[in-house]
Ligand binder design. Sequence first.
Ligand code: ADP
Length: 455
Amino acid sequence: MIKSLWVKFLILLLSVSVIALSAAFIVRELLVADFRGYREGEIEDRVYWITAALESSFEKAPGWNRQRLIEDTIWSLMLGFEIKVYDTEGELVIDTESAIETLPPLTRKRITAISEQRYAPEESKFLPYVLFLGGTEIGRLELRFLHPQRETTFIQRSNMLLFFSLFTLGGIAVVLSIVFSRKLTNPIKQLTGAVAAVEKGNLKSRVEMSGSDEISRLSEAFNRMAKTLDVQESLRKKMTSNIAHELRTPLTVIRGELEGMMDGLIPIDGEHIQSLHAEIGRMRKIIEGLEELSQAEASYLTLRKESIELKPFLQNIIMRFMKMAHDRGVQMHLECEDGLRAHADPDRLSQIMINLINNSLKATGRNGQIRLRAAGDETAATISVIDDGAGIKQEDLPFIFERFYRTSSDGLGLGLTIVRELVEAHGGTVMVSSKYGKGSVFTVSLPDKGLHNSS
Ligand code: ADP
């Protein structure tokens, strides 16, 4: 079994090259066979013309007339044949050699040069033909073709071309196949290495990207995945240490106070028992936060969605915050048209709004403002919580929805994670835009499914 992808590619590309070269070879064989057939047919025709000319000369003379025979012999030479003519007694009547002798010197030189007689190959044999006139034998003709090397030259040339293609083009094909298969598989090799590194725990492993083909897009997706894993892993570590830290503080206080009571240093009175109770309350809050998050994560299983009229619903939520807002000197407003509705689980939607408003209140100082703005169309209802508080730094924005991510020491960093889980359970989205020092806008968008404005 071939395991390496680049070897498979190489074999594929080489196979294509071999098929192309084989096709060239087959075409060449067919061409040579055709050429041979054509050539043989043409030679046969010429032999026929020569015998016909000799027989007609014999008829016209009548008998073997030397002058006519000389003309026929020179014409045969022009057709590429050296001939010998014998009478019925077997006596040589004429041959090409003696016919040329009869010519004047310059004509002889020219004819010899044109006919290439001098280059007739030794191995080219004379072939015998019987000459007939009206069914009676009048003599014998022997001839040999003077240019068989022309065919050999054609075949040799086509062989040379074929070998040139085989070695030069074949060589180029092999080199290109190796280069391309390497080029194609190198990024995959890199990716495999990077995946193996991630598997071993190196979440910083990334691959280089070049171009915009499928493999580059795969590399890009891998890099994104590795980055997310890296962020989540660091958040998980942070989460463990945060839980430990958050629980350790009240535990240390409780332990210190209890030891003090046992040693008689701290009186066991209402005030100190109250303080112990408060610390236990803090621990409970942390555990409740974690519980709330795990419930939010599983909330899509238990959602009881209904059509909610948003104006009274949001007014009700604002009422709950009135005292807190008043104490902090913050004003709260609602912008929502009558009859606007959303399709959601009311308990979960309250939880979402409470978390968002709580955050805004924590971030907004005296004389600050918090606005709740609801809007909607046929496809979605959106509710925005807008504050002019502290805002969030750009570098924190991508992470504020991650669990235990917090920008201040206050809180657990779970509120927005819970919000996101609950909104996504509704099939919606939550988005944030914020300017550090100026304020933030959190927008929850819930799919409406045509329930908008129905009453
Ligand atoms: P927590 O439960 O600790 O409030 P969250 O997940 O709700 O944590 O919020 C994450 C971080 O984002 C918090 O540290 C908080 O300071 C910051 N944040 C959330 N909402 C706002 C806001 N409206 N204005 C400024 N900062 C905010």
